[in-house]
Design a protein around this ligand. Structure first.
Ligand SMILES: [Zn+2]
Length: 191
């Protein structure tokens, strides 16, 4: 009888303890996951970049259109899960990109940079198709679009002219990522 009572007390203690923990540890959910494919979600916008993520329940092929218009001296950088980074050196400023996205969250980032004063640029990454089919029922933003002005002043002045590092290199897979994203677009590793 003593033993049963002891077990009962133990069990009650455990139940109340785990209830407390559940209550305290309920995290604020900022990321949705769903059983179907998603478009851009959890979109963050910064002065010269914008990023978001796409959730895939299983592997999928996404087709994107990328467009860039900018002043001479301005540049773009697009980091994508499942595809090579897009930069002015590896293709045209208007192109179609196909990326194979892995199951889970895939990270995307579009950023622009400037070399001098008075420059401006616009870049846009649009989702056209999933697995070859036009998108209908998926949830989220269809595009990541950024429009930015140069914030460089007096580039030749003393102490000026240095540009902030806009990117970080993933130690795991060597993908170059924007400083505005906390997760590697190549492998999902935290910065
Ligand atoms: Zn990585």
């Amino acid at each position: 009888m003593k033993k049963i009572l002891f077990l009962l007390v133990l069990a009650l203690g455990f139940v109340s303890c785990s209830q407390d923990e559940n209550f305290e540890q309920t995290p604020p959910l900022t990321t949705r996951s769903s059983s179907s494919f998603s478009l851009f979600q959890d979109v963050n916008t910064y002065a010269q970049s914008i990023n978001g993520q796409i959730y895939c329940p299983y592997e999928a092929t996404y087709t994107f259109t990328f467009t860039f218009v900018g002043s001479p001296g301005s540049r773009y950088f697009v980091g994508m899960s499942g595809a090579n980074n897009l930069t002015p050196s590896n293709g045209s400023s208007h192109r179609t990109v196909t990326a194979t996205l892995k199951p889970g969250f895939n990270y995307f980032d579009v950023s622009v940079s400037f070399s001098g004063e008075g420059q401006r640029a616009e870049a846009r990454l649009v989702i056209d198709k999933i697995n070859g089919s036009p998108i209908y029922n998926e949830e989220g933003y269809v595009d990541l679009a950024i429009s930015a002005f140069s914030q460089i002043h007096n580039p030749g002045g003393p102490g000026g002219g240095g540009s902030e590092p806009y990117h970080w290199t993933c130690p795991n897979c060597n993908t170059i990522n924007s400083t505005t994203v906390d997760y590697c677009v190549g492998c999902g590793r935290h910065k």
